[in-house]
Design a protein around this ligand. Structure first.
Ligand SMILES: O=C(O)CCC(=O)C(=O)O
Length: 285
């Protein structure tokens, strides 16, 4: 099966596509973990969260949808699409949609307050006092040519401090074909001016100045580096710098991709005010 992003094939030979470095062995060594993060612009950590809690979140979320959305005979934790979008299902994340409800729930607040995440944020930011931004995003994709375009997070939060990290959590197992996050190797050191000149050249969103491109092969050709992937399992966490170019891959399996992205920063720095309100799919940010 081809790897796609927004319907465009991503080159997968070893010169263009490679596994992320697995830094799980550094979990007990905050200084080394931070060093790895600074060197690569990301760390990928396996089994940080309790798998059963992550799967329970998946079941809880998919439990809020109509039965007809799921393949008959499968469980809600499986999140297997029937191929049907139920009549009246709202656009992802708008008021009344399950993702909008979930991010405002006590259940989700307990999940995102997992001490293991905060401990990682303290280690990577090298600060004792850290906070999580209230704009916590729940993403979910059924099969189709739709993914997040190549971008850096700082282009979406540039009214606040760049001392910020993003944690990406697959909510369920997420092999490459189910459409996880992919990082452009070494791209956290590329000057912003070099990214900005690419923006209007090859984009399916000409009116949006934030994404670099929907074409990951072209993006890597312009910037260098391989797209890095992982065979994510529930409980894993990928953490990246706000300057690392990243994107996601199309979901090509019946099993739907669900993920959460969270941001942490030291309490002493100024956050972007747009990230101080709960996320909504139509909040424009
Ligand atoms: O999950 C995605 O499709 C994109 C997530 C993302 O860009 C992020 O976590 O920074």
């Amino acid at each position: 099966m081809q790897v796609l992003s927004n319907g465009v094939p991503v080159p997968t030979d070893s010169e263009h596509f490679a596994p992320m470095r697995d830094s799980t062995a550094l979990l007990d060594d905050p200084a080394k973990l931070r060093e790895q993060f600074q060197q690569d612009g990301y760390v990928y950590l396996r089994g940080v969260l309790d798998r059963s809690k992550v799967m329970a979140l998946r079941g809880h979320y998919f439990g809020m949808f109509d039965d007809s959305y799921f393949k008959p005979g499968t469980g809600r934790e499986d999140g297997v699409w029937s191929g049907v979008i139920p009549e009246g299902q709202l656009r992802h994340g708008v008021a009344g949609h399950p993702a909008h409800t979930l991010v405002r729930s006590e259940y989700f607040a307990r999940f995102t307050a997992d001490p293991a995440l905060e401990a990682l944020a303290r280690a990577l930011l090298d600060h004792d006092d850290v906070r999580q931004l209230p704009r916590q995003i729940v993403r979910h994709f059924n099969k189709g040519p739709v993914s997040s375009r190549a971008h850096t997070d700082y282009d979406y939060m540039d009214k606040g401090s760049a001392s910020i990290i993003t944690m990406w959590l697959p909510v369920g197992d997420c092999p490459v074909q189910s459409g996880g996050l992919t990082y452009l190797e070494g791209s956290h050191t590329i000057p912003k001016s070099k990214l900005d000149v690419l923006k209007a050249k090859r984009t399916d969103r000409p009116d949006d100045t934030r994404p670099i491109s929907h074409d990951l092969g072209w993006t890597a050709q312009q910037l260098g580096g391989r797209w890095l992937y992982a065979d994510y399992q529930a409980g894993d966490v990928a953490i990246h710098s706000p300057h690392l170019v990243h994107a996601s891959l199309d979901t090509q399996t019946d099993t739907m991709r669900m993920s959460v992205d969270l941001r942490f920063l030291p309490t002493s720095v100024e956050p972007d005010p747009r990230w101080l309100k709960p996320w909504a799919g139509d909040d424009g940010n």
